[in-house]
Design a binder for this molecule. Structure first.
Ligand SMILES: [Zn+2]
Length: 462
């Protein structure tokens, strides 16, 4: 923790403040106090700034023409540490997050060893506190060793900081085990995030089962494997009352099932990955291993259903499922390469391009308020994080976005330790300019330093 960073207060002046949780969308100032909390947010914050002695030295950031919003939150990423440090570490992964505008990430527990025990969970939290550039909320596994056989001691893991529970990478297939997991989660008011997949149905599939997989002669992954587990889980939620979140939803039928569960008033939520809004299985035609992911890129109808699901509120939020893999691993060819792509540094610009500037798919002239809801407020609510708003007294997690910045995805510039993206060269719209976590400057885009005056704050870890 940097002493300099801790002593600096920030006045973020004249930006378009979008704070959907409080229905705020207008040009105003935000003051982040030296204590790391939002000190003021309004038209006239001179009072808050004037009490310089209380706030310490003030660093002024000119946010004119920019969006100032609660820090972005990605509730589904893989940091790979411990056990996969050649792909990503907590340090590189959180640096990538900060560069992508994220101030909080929830990391999946399929590390080696997995986060099914207090020791490993504590290790992740300690390393995040020491090396992290953003807040890290680890999940605990649902079952011991992610084996699907025995439910973990959720209360103990929750007491040690597990923010939710998931066997991500695998679904919990056994009905009795899943029922016991829901009952245990309900007792401690925890959310279970399910990777929905029956291996017996999906087994051997390397891409979406459809016309393209047939044309390529590659084994297809039947969408029914995802849908059948959601169907089973919704029935168990109906019986147990536990909170249930469907990870990386990807098919039209799956979205229909969640729509029905919500209509019945069940505590069911879901997320969509940025890539499932943007690419169909046709992207796999070149057999680029960077188009291999899990769930796979689906049909055009499924992609349209994902976009429609976001629009009508069936899908609650956007995630990246940031899944780093080394060039060696991804270089094994489409069939043998591990599934997954990085996303922390591309998601905002790709989602901004699709959803914020008006397009045939999404004829909204200004989609930024909705995007901030999907990428900050709602994930904070689902996980109960206590961030995701800019009210006075809230944690000073703020992302400043340049909504008009047009760019191209360039993996060579990633802060992440991995480069596995199918979006190289894609046009983006909007990028993070400055990212603050707990009142500390954790990311400053090239050229953005010119907007600072007064005290020049150093870049620090959280
Ligand atoms: Zn998954």
């Amino acid at each position: 923790m940097s002493e300099n960073g801790a002593k600096t207060a920030f006045l973020i002046r004249g930006g378009r403040v979008i704070d959907p949780g409080r229905s705020v969308d207008c040009v105003m100032d935000v003051v982040v106090g030296a204590d790391g909390l939002i000190a003021a947010c309004g038209d006239d914050v001179t009072g808050a700034v004037g009490s310089g002695a209380a706030l310490g030295d003030v660093s002024v950031f000119d946010a004119s023409g920019l969006i100032v919003c609660p820090g972005l939150i990605d509730m589904h990423i893989h940091l790979r540490e411990p056990g996969g440090e050649h792909k990503e570490t907590i340090e590189t992964g959180t640096r990538a997050a900060a560069a992508g505008g994220f101030t909080s990430v929830a990391c999946m527990p399929n590390t080696k060893p997995p986060l099914d025990n207090i020791e490993t969970l504590t290790l992740v939290r300690e390393r995040a506190a020491k090396y992290g550039y953003c807040r890290v909320y680890p999940l605990g596994t649902v079952t011991v060793g992610r084996s699907g056989r025995e439910v973990v001691d959720m209360a103990a893991l929750q007491a040690c900081g597990a923010i939710a529970f998931s066997d991500d990478g695998d679904g919990v297939e056994d009905d009795a085990v899943m029922r016991a997991a829901f009952e245990r989660a309900k007792a401690i008011d925890a959310v279970i995030i399910q990777h929905c997949e029956y291996k017996a149905i999906s087994d051997g599939g390397v891409m979406h089962a459809g016309e393209v997989s047939k044309r390529l002669g590659l084994p297809g992954l039947d969408p029914r494997s995802e849908e059948a587990m959601i169907e089973r889980d919704i029935q168990l939620v109906r019986e147990t009352g536990a909170k249930y979140h469907v990870a990386h939803i990807s098919t039209g039928k799956a979205i229909e099932l969640v729509r029905g569960a919500k209509a019945d008033g069940l505590p069911v939520t879901t997320e969509v990955c940025t890539h499932h809004l943007l690419m169909t299985d046709e992207a796999c035609l070149e057999r680029d291993p960077n188009t291999k992911m899990h769930p796979p890129l689906r049909s055009a109808e499924d992609v349209a259903a994902c976009v429609a699901g976001l629009k009508d509120g069936t899908i609650d939020c956007i995630v990246t499922d940031h899944a780093p893999h080394s060039a060696d691993e991804k270089g094994r060819g489409f069939v043998k390469a591990p599934p997954g792509i990085v996303g922390l540094e591309t998601s905002l610009g790709l989602a901004g391009k699709l959803l914020c500037a008006g397009s045939a798919d999404w004829p909204v002239a200004d989609g930024w308020p909705e995007l901030v809801r999907w990428m900050s407020c709602v994930p904070a609510q689902i996980l109960g994080l206590g961030v995701g708003a800019l009210a006075a007294g809230a944690p000073g997690d703020v992302t400043v976005i340049d909504p008009d910045c047009i760019g191209l995805v360039d993996p060579a510039g990633f802060a992440s330790n991995s480069r596995n993206t199918p979006f190289s060269g894609w046009e983006t719209r909007g990028r993070a300019v400055v990212t603050f976590v707990g009142g500390r400057l954790v990311f400053l885009a090239d050229g953005a330093g010119d907007r600072f005056s007064g005290v020049v704050a150093p870049l620090v870890r959280v």
